[in-house]
Design a protein around this ligand. Structure first.
Ligand SMILES: Nc1ncnc2c1ncn2[C@@H]1O[C@H](COP(=O)(O)OP(=O)(O)O)[C@@H](O)[C@H]1O
Ligand SMILES: [Mg+2]
Length: 406
């Protein structure tokens, strides 16, 4: 066990976050945030258009700012909102804004660790005062002093063979390489998982015991089980025999993910769809769920079935649908436009069908974008990674555009 492995996440060596960052949803709030930044000599470039989900997207990807202003906009005190506030407040001193003048909401947001909740519209003076008060908050004395947690992106397949493992491996490798953040990659298909194979390494041992007996999951377990795949990337995987089916313990997925999020800036999971249904409380640990499908009718049907199932769960992550193996040469496909039309949510990205490139990557024991960065599929996967890690929607219009320096 190396000393570097004992270092708590999310900080990487030499990382220093900005003094200040803001994610604001309207012109007046942007104006106030910019004024505060200018007054204090902070970078106004850190004032962005966005809201809670934009702020969450940055969690683990860039070092957290010392103070962050986040616009909850018209969010109410749902478990999803509060858990996002909890995650952010564990990483930064947090000032929230919102449209609801509601004492109960105020109380719950502050209980979740925010230094303040201000009702919009806010002027520069009010915001400057709140930021100054937040700075006084001694780190570690936030409401419940929650452990600092990174972000978790899970990838699941609408059907087998759609390319779930390819997408998960690619995203993990790209985030580790591009953002130089520590990434923990977890393959939860304990019997048929091929994540270790796709990186040409032997899986470690211990994952099965951890999944069957989640009480045993702690940092020491991660040290014993993780296999290093490079400076910033670790793998947790297994290759259990087929005649002895592992039986995941209660809350195993949630427990594992919570521990990994304390250790890594970003946790990437190859999540079998059966586990999504069997352990829905695991969803609460996941910030983004990527559903991978091919462009078949069965893929379309099962993507919609998964989306419907997820819409009934509490604490649903941000959902993204990726159509893999898209393009000529792949048989039995429906057209992308048709797939999109029938889908019960938007389509995030398509990834080109490139069997030679996929085979080359497999032979080389590398994730696809590492083996063929310039291929169409490699670029598509890079774009998907950028979608998932971009700071905020670049919706720059009118006054906001000028205020944000556009
Ligand atoms: N975009 C693609 N174009 C061509 N082949 C692909 C593509 N994505 C994945 N593959 C190949 O399809 C097979 C199944 O992929 P895999 O990621 O293991 O799927 P899953 O995890 O969904 O079962 C692998 O041989 C992989 O190399
Ligand atoms: Mg797989």
């Amino acid at each position: 066990m190396s000393l570097a492995k004992l270092k708590p996440v999310p900080e990487e060596p030499g990382d220093a976050g900005e003094a200040f960052a803001a994610f604001v949803a309207d012109d007046a709030s942007a104006q106030a945030a910019n004024a505060v930044a200018r007054q204090r000599g902070w970078d106004t470039g850190e004032v962005r258009h966005g809201d809670l989900s934009a702020a969450l997207r940055q969690l683990g990807i860039v070092p957290p700012a010392a103070v962050t202003v986040v616009d909850l906009d018209d969010a109410t005190a749902t478990e999803r909102t509060l858990s996002a506030v909890r995650d952010l407040a564990a990483a930064t001193r947090l000032v929230t804004l919102g449209t609801h003048n509601d004492v109960e909401l105020y109380r719950r947001v502050v209980d979740a660790g925010a230094a303040d909740y201000l009702v919009k519209p806010v002027d520069a003076e009010t915001l400057a005062d709140a930021v100054a008060r937040a700075e006084q908050q001694v780190s570690g004395t936030h409401a419940q002093a929650p452990a600092q947690r990174g972000r978790c992106i899970a990838v699941t397949g609408a059907r087998g063979g759609a390319g779930t493992t390819t997408v998960a491996a690619s995203l993990a490798w790209l985030i580790a390489e591009t953002h130089a953040r520590s990434v923990g990659l977890l393959d939860l298909d304990l019997q048929f998982g091929n994540m270790a194979l796709s990186f040409d390494v032997e899986p470690g041992s211990g994952l099965r015991e951890a999944v069957e007996d989640p009480e045993r999951v702690d940092e020491i377990f991660i040290d014993r089980t993780a296999v290093s795949l490079g400076d910033h990337l670790d793998l947790l995987a297994a290759e259990e025999s087929l005649d002895d089916v592992p039986a995941p313990g209660e809350h195993a997925v949630a427990r594992l993910l919570a521990t990994l999020r304390e250790r890594y800036n970003v946790t990437l999971v190859d999540l079998p769809r059966a586990l999504v249904a069997e352990q829905p409380d695991g969803l609460e640990q996941i910030s983004d769920l990527v559903i991978v499908s091919d462009l078949s009718l069965v893929g379309l049907r099962d993507t919609n079935r998964l989306l419907r199932f997820l819409s009934h769960q509490p604490g649903v992550p941000q959902l993204h649908v990726v159509a893999n193996r898209a393009g000529r040469g792949s048989k039995g496909q429906v057209a992308v436009t048709e797939f999109q039309r029938e889908l019960e949510t938007g389509l995030t990205r398509t990834v080109s069908f490139e069997p030679e490139v996929a085979a080359k990557a497999e032979m080389a024991g590398k994730p696809l974008p590492a083996a063929a960065a310039k291929s169409r599929a490699g670029r598509d996967l890079h774009r998907l990674m950028a979608d998932l890690t971009a700071p905020a929607a670049s919706r720059r219009r009118g006054l906001l555009a000028r205020l944000l320096g556009g």
